[in-house]
Design a protein. Structure first.
Length: 258
């Protein structure tokens, strides 16, 4: 199984969805797509006069902002992707983490700020996804999730993709970005260990929205996902798909740290 996380920035790029749909249609294995929608959320918040605040790349979500996130993520963005996949001949279906209790979460606690209605996934109902795949469908998942307390929460899409990949035992988790991987002064870093990643975060090389991506990738491989990468669409579409991007693997990381 291949889990793809698509960022909201990419959804606004002309031609991205058609190209993505063609890549997914060419896959030989089952694909699950998890998506964000940050830019569209920010635009709608601005139109409604709502301020946008982020802490460590995570959007602070009050009640009004949660309404906006649900409209954008489980509505507009989700259906954009589903429509593109259907046009490419795939049997796609859009769901959110709330539907059938797919993603259950608790309130996310941050050491320096109250994030509001931001959740942290604690349970994945994997049969919801596996049944759809058995029926030949390609699931497209909005990260809006259901709390154990019955409250709906906004969950970072990177974290949702990591949790789904872990629970499903995915062979590959790709975070599709608008850059070809983690970049330093020499270009794309092909492989990162945990210690190297934390060093690059500390010195500011990895910052803003890239920080939760790399941490989600490391969390996934530490919990059994065979491989996680940060890669752009061009890299994903290459014939030698196992190459390219920035990879995080437990085995190679351990070897380099010894």
């Amino acid at each position: 199984m291949h889990v793809l996380k698509i960022g909201g920035n990419e959804l606004d790029d002309p031609g991205f969805l058609e190209a993505l749909a063609n890549v997914v249609a060419a896959e030989a294995q089952a694909v699950v797509i998890v998506h964000g929608g940050g830019k569209a959320i920010a635009r709608l918040q601005a139109r409604l006069g709502l301020g946008a605040v982020k802490v460590d790349g995570m959007r602070v979500t009050d009640a009004s902002s949660l309404d906006v996130a649900q409209m954008v993520l489980s509505g507009r963005a989700n259906k954009q992707i589903v429509s593109a996949l259907l046009a490419a001949g795939l049997d796609a279906i859009g769901i959110s983490g709330v539907d059938r209790g797919l993603l259950r979460c608790k309130k996310r606690v941050h050491p320096s700020a109250d994030l509001g209605y931001v959740g942290e996934i604690v349970r994945v109902r994997t049969e919801v996804i596996t049944q759809l795949i058995e029926d030949g469908a390609t699931p497209v998942v909005s990260p809006i999730s259901l709390g154990l307390d019955g409250q709906v929460y906004n969950v970072n899409a990177d974290h949702a993709a990591s949790a789904l990949a872990q629970a499903l035992g995915a062979e590959l988790l790709d975070f599709v970005s608008n850059v070809p991987g983690v970049l330093d002064q020499d270009g794309v870093v092909p492989l990162l260990t945990l210690s190297q990643t934390e060093h690059l975060i500390a010195d500011g090389t990895i910052r803003d929205g890239m920080a939760p991506k790399v941490r989600a990738a490391l969390a996934a491989i530490s919990q059994g996902v065979a491989r996680a990468r940060i890669i752009d669409l061009d890299g994903l579409a290459r014939p030698d798909r196992v190459q390219g991007g920035t990879s995080f693997t437990v085995q190679e990381a351990c070897m380099q740290d010894l």
